[in-house]
Design a binder for this molecule. Structure first.
Ligand code: BGC
Length: 880
């Protein structure tokens, strides 16, 4: 215990940031950490804080608190001022004053500025009102009397922006300032530019891009200019000198020091691709000494918009390359007499990534064309049809100089690329592929003896990563890439198991709550933009709108953060209260015909025609009523945790009323449910909706019967699939759940793996058994919704279920056998890491190895053994 090289206190963090963070919002961030060892009674923690205000002196403060609290503890010091830097560390002290272990690793945070004093500036000339406009550059020169001891750039934009100072790119983030509902708010990012600036003349340059703000967005071609048609940057540079003085530089259109010109990006669209002409580069444009030719460089204009969004410090770190991957294969497809070839590159993994190419050996004016796709057609060509308008096509025209090039304001979902017009050989050394996703801490791992299942799990993980780039999207490739609420609604329990995405998802929920108020209900996708020019007539849609319940609830269960729950309770209430008057008297959600028509139901039910995925077998009002009952119950639980018992009872009664309506309206006396579809039985069982025991038994039999007679293939879409395996658990038939899970036929989870999928697909048969691409015009190979089975895999096969907000208590009860010989899960929780590892022994019994972290209790339920509770420790149990 007294080993001084030991860190007993680990993972110190502020609020839900993943670690050190420049530019936080909070003046009093709550602190959390974890213990790696048992903490003796009456120990304390000593929190040491070194803080320094802008242009001020360093001060040290100390606070001592009881050690038992280590999660989201109140900030024990006076508030952090704007621009103030703090460095914290925490050390454990026994009651007799002896230090236990070393201080934790330090945590650095710095508070952002409140609201920038700088203006939004952009080009003064008129631009076409369509898309495909040439991307502008903005630059300014400024003088510093000395080399600053600290310099910061605070930056946001209408559109996208990348900054360079004295010729060097600022930070590694891409697609700054990210995607929010720009009518509501914009993120302000803080960059450390101390090493970029110098005494004397300096230059700040900004490249602007269309992005979500004014680029083309939406399905089947979509529209441009969804939030505005004029790009702008807002930049505030603050430099602090050793003598305590400072210089600030603010973007503006009146001091005549900010100029703009057209840049080398001819056009750039997030989905369609980027066209870059290196001949148009202005060498050294962001460095001192560059002469701004008055013909090319004009004074900027101030850009205003209505409504004016709030500008808020970003709640998480930016999107950066998370890994650099090398191709799995590079093949020359064809070579012309001029020596220029077409090459096929297989990256081996479908995901959100960008190729960075070493452009060399090209003559001035020669163009390399790069096209990206998720899969190949049977003839070996790229399958670009499913991309619809987002053709993911980049073009680079050379200036004759060697350089590395990656697009800036475009991003691609792909595994394969063709590179056309390449001189000579294309080799691995010419390609780095950067994989992009949000900054989140991985918290969940699964592995087993079943190789295909492991690949399925990896596919789930990759689809999550690919679609967690600023906003949780349906897919990362075709002309859609939108924050569809229903997809996250069903995937959230799996997502929050795999990653701590709290900050990322809260950011999205903030827009969801805003839009719910603005448009009168939860939109189908968020950020919302109108696809037909009107924002009227939005109707509540089950499963999709239930994201307003399930996502905050999941985050609360993961973190135990009551403040977070209170923050989203009004949105949760509004969703449920808004639907209550739309129920018929018996509790079924079908009082208004138009409500029923608006429902999406069990979207992509495999029995629906491939060109009409909404024409599923299960009545839409049945799906809507079932999900509504479940959401009412969750809301009731949420109110119990928030200590509002009256509200809890109200929503419990409402849930009961709805369940009764469900039973009497949809279930016949013999247990047959209207439509007799798999989804209907799954929801009835999984959500406990059958009110009398005779009918319940009949419903359960019918569910099993349907599953067995389908040969263990799947008959559900978006609404039924996440509940399918849970329903079989409820009726004690996990043997059948395993047959479904491990089935390699289509529709089935492993079919996608057998067919070579490296991500989870939108349709069960995005690739048909003969290897051809599904002809439907909605065919993606990277949707996470059907990967929602991950939740069951973690909880039942891995055997680990969270029972209490923040993981203070959890259930360990793996389903062992039935085609899998061993499995293990690890889960990083707010108390530390839980591990469950089981294997089947030669004699048919099972060995379970369990690690319970400090502060948590495991409820152990294993075959053949009495249930027992285990506190922190390492356990090996043989059972079965
Ligand atoms: C999206 C889905 C979405 C659905 C709803 C599709 O085009 O890709 O994932 O939830 O539309 O209608």
């Amino acid at each position: 215990m007294n080993d001084m090289t030991n860190h007993i206190i680990v993972r110190l963090k502020a609020e839900h940031y993943t670690g050190n963070m420049l530019g936080i919002r909070d003046a009093r961030p709550r602190l959390s950490w974890q213990y790696t060892e048992h903490v003796p009674d009456r120990s304390t923690v000593v929190i040491t804080l070194r803080r320094r205000r802008f242009c001020g002196k360093s001060v040290t403060q100390v606070a001592q608190l009881p050690a038992e609290n280590h999660r989201l503890i109140e900030w024990p010091f006076n508030p952090i001022e704007e621009r103030e830097e703090v460095v914290l560390s925490v050390q454990l002290q026994a009651k007799d004053g002896i230090w236990l272990g070393e201080p934790s690793e330090p945590l650095h945070v710095e508070r952002a500025i409140g609201y920038p004093e700088s203006d939004f500036i952009g080009v003064p000339w008129p631009e076409y009102a369509t898309d495909h406009r040439r991307a502008p550059l903005v630059r300014t020169e400024f003088t510093l009397k000395d080399k600053p001891v600290r310099a910061r750039l605070y930056m946001t934009a209408y559109g996208l922006v990348e900054a360079e100072i004295n010729g060097n790119k600022v930070g590694d983030d891409i697609l700054t300032p990210g995607w929010t509902d720009y009518d509501n708010r914009l993120y302000l990012w803080t960059f450390d530019i101390t090493s970029h600036v110098q005494q004397g003349t300096n230059v700040a340059g900004f490249l602007l891009g269309d992005g979500w703000y004014r680029g083309r967005l939406g399905f089947f071609g979509g529209h441009a200019n969804n939030w505005g048609d004029r790009l702008a940057v807002n930049a505030q540079i603050e430099c602090e000198y050793a003598d305590g003085t400072n210089t600030r530089i603010l973007s503006n259109s009146w001091d005549r020091r900010w100029k703009c010109a057209l840049g080398p990006i001819l056009e750039s669209d997030l989905g369609e691709g980027e066209r870059y002409d290196a001949r148009l580069e202005q060498e050294h444009w962001s460095e001192p000494g560059f002469q701004t030719d008055a013909d090319a460089w004009k004074p900027v204009a101030e850009i205003s918009r209505d409504p004016v969004p709030k500008i808020l410090p970003a709640p998480f770190r930016g999107i950066q390359s998370r890994m650099i991957r090398k191709p799995q294969s590079i093949t020359c497809i064809q070579r012309g007499e001029d020596g220029l070839g077409t090459w096929l590159v297989d990256m081996g993994q479908n995901c959100t990534q960008r190729l960075r190419l070493h452009m060399h050996g090209l003559r001035r004016g020669q163009t390399v064309s790069i096209q990206h796709a998720e899969v190949l057609e049977r003839d070996g060509t790229l399958s670009t049809r499913p991309l619809r308008r987002a053709q993911q096509h980049d073009m680079y025209t050379s200036s004759g100089h060697d350089t590395w090039w990656e697009p800036r304001f475009s991003i691609h979902g792909f595994r394969y690329a063709t590179i056309d017009g390449w001189p000579g050989e294309l080799t691995e050394t010419d390609i780095d592929c950067n994989v992009y996703y949000a900054d989140m801490t991985q918290t969940g791992w699964f592995n087993s003896s079943h190789a295909l299942l492991n690949r399925f799990h990896s596919n789930v993980l990759w689809s999550m990563r690919s679609n967690f780039v600023f906003v949780p999207t349906d897919c990362p490739q075709r002309d859609e890439r939108m924050g569809w609420t229903g997809d996250l609604s069903v995937f959230a329990p799996t997502a929050t198991w795999l990653y701590d995405a709290t900050a990322f998802l809260c950011s999205w929920l903030d827009d969801l709550a805003y839009e719910q108020e603005r448009y009168g209900t939860v939109p189908l996708y968020c950020p919302w933009f109108s696809m037909n020019g009107t924002h009227n007539g939005m109707r509540p849609v089950a499963v999709w709108g239930d994201a307003a319940i399930i996502v905050p609830w999941q985050l609360f269960m993961e973190t135990g953060d009551l403040l977070l729950l209170h923050q989203y309770l009004p949105m949760m209430d509004r969703w449920i209260d808004g639907i209550a008057p739309r129920l018929s008297d018996d509790g079924v959600w079908d009082r208004y015909h138009d409500d029923v028509r608006a429902q999406i139901g069990d979207w992509l039910d495999p029995n629906a025609p491939s060109d009409d995925p909404g024409k599923e077998m299960t009545p839409k009002q049945l799906v809507a009523t079932a999900y509504y009952a479940r959401s009412c119950r969750i809301l009731a639980k949420a109110h119990r945790h928030a200590n509002d018992i009256d509200a809890a009872e109200h929503y419990e009664q409402l849930a009961e009323h709805v369940a009764e309506g469900f039973t009497s309206r949809f279930i016949a006396d013999d247990g047959l449910i209207t439509s007799d579809s798999e989804c209907a039985y799954v929801l009835a069982v999984a959500f406990d909706l059958v009110r009398d025991s005779k009918r319940r038994t009949a419903v359960e039999h019918r569910l099993l019967d349907k599953i067995q007679s389908s040969g263990y293939t799947i008959g559900t879409g978006f609404a039924g699939t996440p509940q399918l395996l849970h329903a079989l658990t409820k009726i004690g038939r996990e043997d059948s759940a395993m047959k479904l899970l491990l089935n390699e036929q289509c529709p089935g989870w492993l079919y996608q793996v057998i067919m070579g999928g490296t991500t989870t697909w939108e349709r069960w048969d995005s690739l048909l058994p003969d290897g051809s691409v599904n002809p439907g015009d909605m065919t993606s190979f990277n949707h996470y919704a059907l990967g929602s089975a991950g939740e069951w895999v973690h909880e039942r096969l891995g055997g680990l279920t969270n029972l209490q907000p923040g993981w203070g208590r959890f259930l360990v009860s793996p389903h062992m056998g039935d085609g899998v010989e061993n499995a293990n899960v690890s889960r990083l929780t707010p108390n530390g890491t839980i591990q469950v590892e089981w294997s089947t022994l030669d004699d048919g019994r099972h060995r379970v190895h369990l690690i319970v972290p400090e502060g948590s209790v495991a409820a152990l339920r294993l075959p053949g053994l009495e249930d027992r509770e285990c506190s922190a420790g390492d356990y090996v149990v043989v059972c079965g």
